[in-house]
Ligand binder design. Structure first.
Ligand SMILES: C=C(O[C@@H]1C=C(C(=O)O)C=C[C@H]1O)C(=O)O
Length: 246
């Protein structure tokens, strides 16, 4: 049987899933690549991968997209790795730079600026701006390095009362049910091994890996997160602008 091409996010938040896959028999059925989220999306959209943990914003563009797992990269409140960083209060910003590695958070930031803060802000992909979106490991410990740091899933919860899912396991073609079952089993196993994994990570004074992987990231793709994704995609369609990171 041909191997299933799997694209997984290359950040710390995905390590429990990678651990589970690498310690399960399903590893022999897949060809695993680690990519930044915007590349995971690109690979699923252009059929360079069959399955991936992709930014939910890309669900609007992936042909035959189907969420195939009960697990995601989500948060119930603050996530501690998805921010708008700014030198001035958000009410005073006139421009925002997006993160080239993100799809979902780039959209989320624009939704929150419009619907939570009621601001009209010029959005740029690169260059100078009053504030910027940043996701993933690059944000670790950074929230104290800027005068203002806004945790986006925290404000999403304030806006909607919902948790959030940044990325979900999505296939772009029908996959065998037995494979999906083994794959999900491996993801679930990885989540049970977080303690082992955390003990292998380097110690950092400015970032608590244990809290991040055990509490801040909420891996369950449950009813609340599904509702959040539906609402998020609805709002994404109302953003009148060019595609984010085409
Ligand atoms: C929580 C996070 O969620 C991420 C944010 C994503 C996005 O903005 O498109 C996609 C995948 C996740 O890795 C993070 O990376 O810090």
């Amino acid at each position: 049987m041909e191997k299933v091409r799997v694209s997984a996010v290359s950040y710390t938040n995905t390590l429990p899933f990678i651990y589970g896959l690498q310690h399960s028999p399903v590893i022999s059925q897949i060809e695993l690549s680690l990519d930044v989220p915007s590349s995971c999306a690109h690979k699923l959209i252009h059929n360079e991968a069959d399955l991936g943990i992709v930014p939910v914003a890309a669900l609007l563009e992936i042909p035959q997209a189907e969420v195939v797992s009960d697990y995601c990269l989500g948060a119930s409140g603050a996530v501690n790795s998805v921010f708008i960083f700014s030198e001035k209060p958000i009410e005073d910003i006139e421009s925002l730079r997006l993160d080239g590695q993100s799809r979902t958070s780039n959209g989320l930031a624009q939704i929150l600026l419009r619907d939570y803060w009621n601001l009209e802000v010029q959005v740029v992909k690169e260059g100078k701006a009053d504030a910027y979106v940043e996701i993933g490991d690059r944000t670790f410990g950074k929230q104290y390095a800027h005068p203002y740091a806004y945790d986006l899933s925290w404000y999403w919860q304030k806006l909607t009362g919902l948790p959030f899912a940044f990325a979900a396991w999505v296939a772009n073609k029908p996959l065998e049910v037995s494979f999906i079952e083994s794959f999900n089993g491996a993801l679930a196993y990885g989540l049970t091994q977080r303690d082992v994994l955390i003990n292998q990570l380097p110690k950092r004074l400015d970032f608590d890996y244990r809290q991040y992987l055990m509490e801040s990231i909420d891996y369950r793709y449950d009813e609340g997160k599904k509702k959040a994704v539906t609402e998020f995609l609805r709002l994404m369609k109302t953003l009148h602008r060019e595609p984010i990171n085409p």
